[in-house]
Design a protein around this ligand. Structure first.
Ligand SMILES: [Zn+2]
Length: 286
């Protein structure tokens, strides 16, 4: 039997479930890590045999390659695996697959590649159960530990985080809401978001409600203001301005994807129309 300890700075949550604090919260359950913090020291020499990554953003697998080199098998959802193995794909996608200049790239998407051993879709590990929570990315998963703690990755933003992140990255806001409702319906005792702090299930409702309400408010903003047609670029500026985003290239490029996520979702739902005029793309309330 392999002797194991726990990361020296870990906080005990419930049963065998621990939380390793950092810019990104990490979970530790008897040798299973869920996401990683940015520091490799807490995980050194404690025998991580498996790393489950919630999604393909580099801040969630910052030291994934170190854990894998030390013997961990790495699991991630099929749709996000290529983002983990090649973080540059995020940057290319952000720039419509054209080659962006280095100055455009947000730190969030820069990271060390990490090889992937298996897909979460083929998961078979009693220490946790994967829960599909797409919307932030396509292949985003949460992990519910056998002790009832749900690691939600970036599927849920706590109320306190919205002031700093008034327009959280999402490729599909409709899916974000469906994933939040899936979280609400789950039987768990604790929720551990990727950023922020663990919350007990009893207080989760207000955080879920707040997140759902923010998405509804952004859709409402687009519906009322796009009565007057806007180009894609004007729609991005409108939402960024009204949400109070900081004005810098990194925020702008994240907003481009998220606002297009809203526009596409609302177009699919028949709430918006799209047309091309004077070689620009225009959006209008249907
Ligand atoms: Zn993320």
């Amino acid at each position: 039997m392999v002797e194991r300890s726990i990361p020296y700075n870990a906080t005990h949550l419930v049963g065998d479930t621990y939380v390793v604090p950092g810019l990104t919260n990490s979970g530790f359950i008897r040798g299973l890590a869920v996401d990683t913090c940015e520091d490799e020291a807490p995980f050194a020499g404690i025998g991580v045999d498996r790393l489950a990554i919630t999604h393909g953003h580099a801040d969630h697998f910052a030291i994934g390659h170190v854990l894998r080199d030390a013997g961990a098998r790495v699991s991630v959802g099929r749709d996000d695996a290529s983002l983990v193995e090649n973080p540059d794909i995020n940057i290319r996608g952000m720039f419509s697959w054209a080659k962006p200049g280095d100055f455009l790239t947000t730190k969030l998407f820069r990271g060390e590649p990490c090889a992937v051993d298996d897909y979460v879709e083929d998961w078979d590990d009693a220490r946790a159960t994967p829960v599909p929570l797409p919307g932030h990315t396509l292949g985003h998963y949460g992990f519910l530990t056998a002790d009832g703690a749900l690691f939600t990755g970036d599927a849920l933003y706590l109320k306190d985080l919205w002031e700093r992140h008034p327009l959280p990255y999402a490729i599909d806001p409709g899916e974000v809401v469906r994933s939040l409702e899936r979280i609400r319906a789950l039987d768990c005792s604790w929720l551990v978001p990727g950023h922020g702090y663990p919350i007990e299930r009893a207080v989760a409702e207000e955080h879920i409600d707040y997140h759902v309400e923010q998405i509804r408010a952004i859709k409402e903003l687009l519906l009322t203001r796009l009565v007057k047609p806007h180009t894609t670029e004007e729609a991005i500026a409108l939402v960024s301005r009204e949400r109070g985003l900081r004005e810098n290239p990194a925020s702008y490029w994240l907003a481009v994807t998220t606002v297009k996520g809203f526009l596409g979702d609302m177009l699919n739902a028949g709430a918006l129309e799209f047309y091309v005029h004077e070689h620009a793309g225009w959006w209008k309330t249907a």
